[in-house]
Design a protein around this ligand. Structure first.
Ligand SMILES: [Mn+2]
Length: 322
């Protein structure tokens, strides 16, 4: 796991920058806010660097937090990265200003330990769980507000405790968070019951494009830049779409592709860890977990979708052979 205790690392300096990955999710935001709160309680300055749009749902968790734009932060401060499998995930404005971050807290199996200090637990459901376990282990007290954002990270990254990544350790952490007085139904509703009509219009287009192939083992779908424009949906409205590709009976692996003007964003999910989505993602320059991974590639090839589907089918065939 880590080379030093999280408390020694976090309380070493008087000010930090903290950043998560671009295209933020609940784990990356929850982890940043937790770090902010833990430092604030010790009178340590923490600047949350905004490297992307948080979207309306995650923004609702950030109401009371000040954020610094990634064009105007003090890059002499030590940088804490959370939930980033590699440093590039922090966004170009961050990684071009730092040779090496100070601290890297993550749970991706593909994490390449890019910082001076690395606290990585690939068995954890989420980065929020890694942080929560460290706090509990090292007896660092934290408040209800911190417990709420840690729960946000764990709930979203475990897909509401549905993935294999949910272990007894995850549940024990949740027990400790509940003891701080959090209300899980409140956090659930804040995340999952604030859908917009435009999201459903986008979902309609996504479902229209669903296709199953390779003896029913593979399922893919896609949406285009034009779909975002016409439905007026926001980028983060696609959160959770990829799960539909994996949920069909008989399907082993699913993929969801977003075709933007200059790049393709692909999310990969499988029913379980045997399908090594992280290895397939790696072939396209991405990474992730065995059952949940992804990549971004520049859009140069107009035939990319067909080629990707062949690569996915081949990947599944190879695993079935072994
Ligand atoms: Mn995560």
């Amino acid at each position: 796991m880590g080379d030093r205790k999280i408390s020694a690392l976090l309380f070493e300096y008087s000010a930090y920058n903290v950043v998560g990955h671009i295209r933020p999710d609940g784990d990356c935001v929850g982890s940043q806010l937790a770090i902010f709160n833990i430092l604030k309680a010790k009178n340590i300055q923490c600047n949350i660097i905004k490297n992307d749009d948080y979207g309306s749902i995650l923004s609702s968790f950030m109401d009371s937090y000040a954020v610094v734009d990634d064009g105007q932060f003090d890059s002499t401060l030590p940088l804490i990265c959370v939930d980033c499998s590699d440093f590039k995930r922090a966004g170009v404005n961050i990684y071009k200003k730092y040779n090496k971050p100070y601290l890297n807290i993550d749970h991706h199996i593909s994490n390449d330990k890019f910082a001076d200090h690395n606290i990585i637990d690939a068995n954890a459901s989420s980065t929020a769980q890694v942080i929560a376990e460290a706090l509990l282990r090292e007896n660092i007290d934290f408040d209800k507000k911190t417990a709420e954002v840690l729960y946000l990270g764990i709930m979203t990254d475990s897909n509401r405790f549905a993935y294999d990544t949910t272990t007894l350790a995850t549940i024990k952490v949740v027990e400790a968070l509940m003891a701080k007085g959090i209300r899980i139904s409140e956090i659930f509703q804040k995340v999952y019951e604030h859908d917009t009509l435009r999201k459903y219009l986008l979902l309609e287009r996504f479902l229209h494009n669903v296709t199953v192939f390779e003896d029913g083992h593979c399922c893919t779908s896609f949406i285009t830049e034009n779909d975002f424009v016409e439905t007026q949906a926001e980028l983060l409205d696609t959160e959770g779409f990829v799960n539909y590709t994996r949920q069909i009976n008989g399907v082993k692996v699913g993929a969801f592709l977003e075709f933007h003007e200059t790049y393709v964003k692909c999310s990969l999910r499988s029913k379980d860890a045997t399908w090594r989505m992280d290895l397939l993602a790696k072939k396209f320059g991405g990474g992730g977990h065995p059952a949940a991974a992804g990549f971004n590639v520049e859009l140069k090839d107009t035939n990319f979708y067909a080629k990707f589907k062949s690569a996915l089918a081949e990947h599944v065939r190879n695993i079935l052979k072994n």
